[in-house]
Design a protein around this ligand. Structure first.
Ligand code: UD1
Ligand code: CA
Length: 453
């Protein structure tokens, strides 16, 4: 009967997180590069759930800003009088189905656990877990499957302190019953707060079915109250990401030195050396090798391409069998056709390089369209900016650009042209010709310089 009732979601995120001593409210502290609240919403959205209500208070503007346009119903809790009080603020917004309550500071609770809880027939369901270090959590007092009470850590007696089963803070309840239970809680306790956990005793007195449902892994429901716990949760998140990647054919040389802040889609035989960071959406083909200390963000890297150490790639698409780095920087709008090679201290922005083209050392190529089999010599630069406007450089197929050339855009280098080393090129160079743009060398005999005075 209960299963057919619609479910709304209530996330408690009004707390300040005072133990973090931060200007940012706890719900927007970053876990794997993303506000904690974002992780909860991702998981929640995989369930079939109605409206999402988020209780905000401390730093509520920041939370509202970061999640504007997410279709959330923000409910203000002006004074943080406890988790029970927080849920009370949401009651006027709820229909008469069921409500799933999540804590904004326990962001990695899994879909599996939530489905298990939602699939349990009860008036009040509590997601619990066996925790090796139950300190600071509420303890579960149960008789069989019935939860008789949740005792907050500070209220436990010697015997209750030993209980390992803890309250994760996640609950599901019938809204009508919840309303009546919350009407009965008081703040006459040591904390002086309205504790959500007090509804368990009240529901028991009313003869209701209060069921504990266990999560499998205590790390998944770990609450974050300080940066130490946030770092632990980050480690858990990364470990899960590594496991998933390993099972899809990725070799991660040192799982403890791997960071994912987004989504990584991979082929097979992918090799990732130590200390790489992946952000946004990154797609790696098969037989891709990522060298140590590389940062790769919103990029697509084709089969057989190698990224050598200390490279920084952002917003780039690389086709197959390219070679990048070490110490290369590819900025948004970079597109490499296959077999492109760029080496150390090469920076590329909004430019396309054709098949087999190379820039092996110390170049800046911006706003350029470069054909195939072009060789860009060491230190060659596109001068694409006059301080106000950006201009295009076009380099056609088979061009050879000598070292230390400045290409003052807009300019076109025709097919199979050669540019002499050290040239400053300010006008187009026709195909098959040599472009020379530099002062002629003269040597002055018997020159006396400062050394001779
Ligand atoms: C709470 C539970 C505890 C459980 C633990 C799991 C209560 C009374 N205790 O304790 O049993 O083991 O979580 O991590 O529920 N919040 C508000 N408004 C408030 C107070 C809190 O929105 O007035 C929010 C906080 O932002 C936070 C969440 O509720 O996201 C939990 O609050 P917190 O103070 O961290 O509770 P714990 O002491 O961790
Ligand atoms: Ca907490």
């Amino acid at each position: 009967m209960l299963m057919t009732k619609s479910i709304e979601l209530c996330i408690l995120a009004a707390g300040k997180g005072s133990r973090m001593k931060s200007d940012r409210p706890k719900a927007v502290q970053l876990l794997a590069g993303r506000p904690m609240l974002g992780h909860l919403l991702d998981t929640a959205r995989t369930l079939s759930i109605g409206d999402i209500h988020v209780v905000v208070g401390s730093g509520s503007d920041q939370i509202r800003n970061e999640f504007s346009g997410d279709g959330l119903n923000f409910v203000e809790q002006t004074e943080q009088l406890g988790t029970g009080h927080a849920v009370q603020q949401v009651l006027p917004h709820l229909g008469n189905g069921r409500v799933l309550i999540l804590l904004g500071d326990a962001p990695l609770v899994s879909r599996v656990s939530l489905e298990r809880l939602l699939g349990t027939d009860c008036d009040l369901g509590v997601l619990t877990v066996d925790h090796p270090q139950p300190f600071n959590y509420g303890r579960i007092i149960r008789r069989g499957n019935q939860v008789e009470a949740i005792v907050e850590d500070r209220d436990t007696n010697e015997q209750q302190k030993l209980i390992k089963e803890i309250n994760t803070g996640v609950m599901v309840a019938d809204v009508t019953l919840l309303t009546s239970w919350l009407g009965k809680i008081s703040s006459e306790n040591e904390q002086g707060e309205y504790l959500l956990t007090d509804i368990v005793g009240i529901a028991n007195t009313a003869g209701k079915k209060v069921v504990a449902v266990k999560a499998d892994d205590h790390r998944e429901v770990q609450g974050v109250n300080n940066y130490s716990q946030l770092a632990e949760l980050e480690q858990y998140y990364q470990a899960c990401a590594v496991q998933q990647l390993q099972s899809s054919g990725v070799q991660i040389v040192d799982p403890e030195r791997f960071t994912l802040r987004g989504e990584l889609v991979t082929g097979h035989d992918v090799y990732i050396d130590v200390n790489c960071i992946f952000e946004g959406v990154v797609k790696l083909g098969s037989n891709v090798k990522i060298g140590a200390h590389s940062i790769i963000r919103n990029a697509e890297i084709g089969d057989g391409t190698e990224i050598k150490p200390f490279s920084h790639i952002d917003g780039a698409i690389l086709e197959n069998d390219c070679s990048v780095g070490p110490f290369a920087r590819l900025r948004p709008g970079t597109y490499f056709e296959s077999e492109v090679a760029v080496g150390n201290f090469v920076e590329i922005k909004k430019s396309r390089l054709g098949v087999g083209s190379k820039a092996s050392h110390l170049s800046y190529l911006g706003d350029a369209t470069i054909g195939s089999k072009v060789n860009v010599g060491a230190g060659a630069i596109t001068c694409n900016y006059d301080g106000v406007n950006k201009f295009q450089t076009k380099i056609e197929d088979d061009v050879f650009v000598g070292t230390n050339v400045s290409l003052v855009a807009p300019v076109t280098l025709g097919e199979r042209s050669t540019i002499a080393a050290g040239s400053t090129i300010t006008s187009n160079v026709p195909g098959n010709s040599l472009g020379v743009g530099r002062g002629k060398q003269r040597n002055i005999d018997g020159w006396k310089g400062p050394r001779d005075k």
